[in-house]
Write a protein that binds this ligand. Structure first.
Ligand SMILES: [Zn+2]
Length: 344
């Protein structure tokens, strides 16, 4: 098993890993709607934000430049750990409108604890030459960021590639030519249903460095235990928000359940602080409550995994049980297990 626990010493405090960074939509038009969770769910004293969308949201940016702190804007305590990515995912559809130095400056002004370097995602639809150009560009962006970086915040180089060789070579190259606190794997969301490929890429990254490894965008209920098993240190997810939008109720150990499928239940199948006292009818129309419950579900999944490890139980046996209910995820886990065992 590659699972590991570490502690990061960051400007706003220490952070125990592995950890999930719940995505905060702040700055995104129409959707500053992540309900507060930082003080109610102790596991999540961290947040993932998009530096670009905050920078581009003029009224908010002006407030931030006039003395309001980002954490006040987020309505979270000042010691909340913030990971600011570059907003690279927006560059799938929009023109690149920043430079590594500018993004770094924004991340610094936001007083983030962890900075992700500027990146342009690759996609399967692109021609190979286009993807290859982007992969090389991302390496240059990361090295430029490394040249400009001179503060206590951690700098993670964004790494992209659709084969293990590329991932391995990129990380080794960056390790040799730049100074990074860790690496962040991107462009996995478009291929997330290809568990075999994702698993191979993550293992390649894990093997290429002992430093912090983050995976962008894959922190949902199914991926979370898989990534923990593969030794990933952190991940981020907006799945809990999207699921709530689709009236999808996450159940630890299982997955998403559409509320309409359990309409006949009176009490909810979860005793978390959101659901414990409520009836299904109360939560159906309350999107915030649903979002908060979904975060509790992710916290439960994370705690359960830790419990299995800490109590000396067999993690692989636990995951055998954890994934047996769904053919697709069961196969995914089997592949991951074979690959991890192959390393021994
Ligand atoms: Zn609940």
């Amino acid at each position: 098993m590659l699972y590991r626990r570490r502690e990061l010493d960051l400007p706003h405090g220490e952070l125990q890993t592995p950890v999930l960074f719940p995505v905060r939509n702040i700055g995104k038009r129409s959707s500053d709607n992540t309900p507060s969770y930082v003080t109610t769910i102790p596991d999540f004293s961290a947040a993932m934000i998009n530096a670009r969308s905050i920078r581009n949201r003029k009224p908010m940016w002006n407030r931030l430049m006039n003395g309001v702190s980002l954490r006040e804007e987020l309505d979270v305590p000042e010691n909340t750990i913030v990971f600011a990515d570059s907003g690279g995912f927006d560059f799938v559809s929009e023109e690149l409108d920043t430079t590594p130095a500018d993004t770094l400056e924004t991340q610094h002004q936001l007083k983030a604890d962890i900075y992700g370097t500027v990146d342009i995602p690759i996609t399967r639809e692109n021609r190979t030459t286009v993807n290859q150009r982007r992969i090389n560009q991302n390496i240059q962006f990361a090295l430029e960021a490394s040249d400009h970086h001179d503060c206590d915040a951690h700098l993670l180089a964004s790494v992209h590639g659709y084969d293990p060789e590329t991932i391995r070579n990129n990380i080794r190259y960056l390790e040799k030519h730049g100074t990074f606190d860790g690496y962040a794997l991107g462009s996995l969301v478009p291929i997330r249903t290809d568990y075999k490929k994702v698993t191979k890429l993550v293992i390649a990254a894990r093997q290429a460095t002992d430093k912090h490894l983050h995976v962008y965008g894959l922190g949902g209920l199914v991926y979370q235990p898989l990534l923990l098993y593969l030794g990933v240190d952190s991940f981020d997810s907006s799945a809990f928000i999207r699921s709530a939008g689709n009236r999808n109720y996450l159940i630890p150990g299982f997955g998403g359940e559409e509320l309409q499928n359990i309409e006949d239940m009176d009490m909810l199948p979860c005793p978390c602080p959101v659901c414990g006292q409520r009836k299904l009818d109360d939560i159906r129309e309350d999107r915030n409550a649903l979002t908060q419950h979904n975060l509790w579900a992710l916290a439960t999944e994370l705690r359960r995994f830790r419990y299995i490890v800490e109590s000396g139980r067999d993690v692989e046996h636990y995951l055998d049980l954890r994934f047996q209910g769904n053919e697709v995820t069961q196969r995914a886990y089997k592949i991951a297990k074979q690959q991890v065992r192959g390393l021994a």
